[in-house]
Design a protein around this ligand. Structure first.
Ligand code: DGY
Length: 327
């Protein structure tokens, strides 16, 4: 008799190559909506499954895990996993997979794109043309700040922070950083450690690359924004919840800082009536840090590899809660 294939649920359409592999190895149910599956649909779906491929838009918490009696593995198609209650998963004996490494360079590219776009006011410049304001070459219009030779403060020197620091070398930036990271090699990257307050005071650009945890929630608030230079540019490609949006709005409106360029917001998606969207000195893009064709395929493949390993009872190649194996 043919062995029954493991049952898996995939919460959104991901790269075709990854879906094809899953469909060969598993009995796959795919949520094909453009929006994430509603909570009640997901809660119902997990009752039957052995493996779940989730996205950062899917909340995997105690309530869900309690219903998922056969669940053996959750594989998140993201490096970040703040959508998952990892402690609860560990308690339930469920390994959680993520996708580190493959999106590092793509996210660092976007970080630099945002830094440059903010520094040279590209959003405003584009609107200037569309609004019919480009009448002549104007020696005083749309003046920005230089990136070359400026000081870049990196909060969180993990993989992405380091990849941003490497790019900064090409612009002869002076790079300082605070917070830890994976295998940071200061001699290769040439960044100098600072306390966070010093970093905020000294930096022309502050770029956030730490994970969102209870400790980093609203890490950048009124006090921290108040320490930054009035010309400083804040870039966030990590998680929206690391910056207090109300405090940011006030700081930008009152020109306490120069500019913010955000790939991530709190909440996501940002509400259309959010005051940040009314500010000229705020550039916002919709969480596209890892959004290149190649990287999204790599993420999807890595997530499937994690899932298949978990279904076979093997250690996940990229597991965020390895203590689950000590049980
Ligand atoms: C992640 O992987 O955590 C990003 O936010 C989405 O690619």
């Amino acid at each position: 008799m043919e062995k029954q294939k493991p049952r898996v649920y995939v919460t959104r359409i991901i790269a075709e190559k990854a879906l094809n592999l899953l469909a060969t190895e598993c009995e796959m149910k795919l949520w094909e909506g453009a929006m994430p599956p509603p909570r009640e649909v997901l809660l119902e779906a997990v009752r039957e499954i052995d493996g779940l491929v989730s996205l950062l838009t899917d909340k995997v918490d105690e309530e869900l895990l309690k219903q998922a009696l056969n669940l053996r593995v959750v594989s998140n198609v993201a490096v970040g996993y703040d959508n998952i209650d990892v402690n609860a998963a560990t308690r339930h004996g469920i390994p959680i997979g993520n996708t580190p490494g493959v999106l590092t360079e793509t996210t660092a590219d976007l970080t630099f794109a945002l830094m440059m776009a903010a520094a040279r006011r590209l959003g405003e410049s584009e609107r200037y043309i569309r609004d019919g304001k480009w009448q002549t070459w104007d020696p005083t219009a749309l003046l920005g700040v230089d990136i070359f030779g400026a000081t870049l403060g990196i909060i969180g020197m993990g993989r992405i922070g380091q990849a941003v620091a490497k790019r900064a070398r090409g612009f002869e930036m002076h790079v300082i950083y605070c917070g830890g990271g994976h295998g940071y090699q200061s001699q290769l990257i040439g960044a100098t450690r600072r306390e966070m307050d010093e970093l905020l005071r000294e930096s022309d650009f502050v770029s956030i690359h730490c994970p969102l945890t209870p400790d980093t929630h609203h890490l950048i608030g009124e006090r921290e924004l108040g320490m930054m230079k009035p010309t400083a540019i804040l870039v966030n490609t990590a998680r929206g919840g690391i910056v207090d949006p109300k405090a940011l709005n006030t700081a930008l409106k009152n020109k306490q800082i120069g500019y913010a360029a955000l790939d991530v917001t709190e909440p996501e998606p940002i509400h259309l009536d959010d005051p940040l969207l009314t500010l000229d000195n705020c550039l916002i893009v919709p969480h596209i840090g890892s959004a290149s064709v190649r990287t999204r395929e790599k993420m999807a493949m890595m997530a499937v590899e994690n899932l298949l390993a978990g279904l076979k009872g093997e250690r996940l190649p990229h597991c965020v809660n390895p203590t689950v194996y000590n049980r």
